[in-house]
Ligand binder design. Structure first.
Ligand code: SAM
Length: 204
């Protein structure tokens, strides 16, 4: 039997509400991506699978910097985050960068139906450390079903979720916010039929 993690979804939301109050932490790192080198590796690896594509949805986009990077070469990029302040930060970064083909709005990976109603489905859907914020396998599976419903047939879902070393202080709460809370459980994309193909890049 899998153990329910100790933190609640409300704890998690409170964590990110507070984190969003600052652009940089006391070590001058972005609270949403405290390891800049790892972030670069992840974004570079994802980019190889992004293009060419027409539409991209980045879920749990935080301050939007990855979404804006991914928007290059995509007709339309959409970033969603459940913390309104992150949506505002992402819009501010967008204005600063002068990127025209991105939209940022509030959205929760546990219910992406408003996003689908507005934008339809996407060629590429990405999450970088978003599902790790969901506190049980049931919620992670629910998130994956929502994501699967957002991917166009033949499209890709690209994700990087499962690390904790070095980032323990940034994830809510330390040491529990990742898939390792569920030893032995592996994501079977075949559990999400019709939309997701069981294919992964070796780097992930
Ligand atoms: C570790 S940060 C990563 C941010 C961004 N993906 C990046 O790589 O810079 C996790 C982000 O996921 C958001 N998040 C957590 N749970 C979420 C949920 N249920 N739905 C949407 N966003 C969520 C948080 O607000 C936070 O911005």
């Amino acid at each position: 039997m899998l153990q329910q993690s100790q933190f609640s979804l409300e704890d998690c939301y409170a964590h990110w509400l507070k984190a969003a109050l600052q652009d940089r932490d006391e070590q001058n790192l972005r609270p949403t991506a405290r390891d800049p080198y790892l972030q670069e590796v992840v974004e570079t690896a994802m980019e190889k699978w992004l293009y060419p594509c027409s539409s991209l949805l980045d879920i749990g986009c935080g301050d939007g910097l990855s979404t804006l990077r991914f928007a290059k070469g995509v007709r339309q990029a959409v970033g969603v985050d459940f913390v309104p302040r992150y949506v505002e930060k992402a819009k501010a970064h967008q204005a600063q960068a002068g990127v025209a083909n991105a939209d940022f709005l509030k959205g929760n990976v546990l219910d992406l139906s408003p996003i689908r109603q507005r934008f339809g489905t996407f060629d590429r859907v990405t999450t970088i450390r978003c599902l790790i914020n969901l506190n049980s396998w049931d919620n992670q599976a629910r998130g994956l079903r929502e994501i699967a419903a957002c991917v166009k047939p033949g499209g890709y879902y690209l994700t990087s979720e499962g690390w904790r070393g070095g980032l323990a202080r940034s994830e809510p709460p330390p040491g529990q916010g990742d898939f390792s809370a569920h030893p032995g459980r592996r994501i079977q994309l075949d559990d999400f039929p019709g939309r997701l193909r069981s294919r992964s890049a070796p780097i992930f």
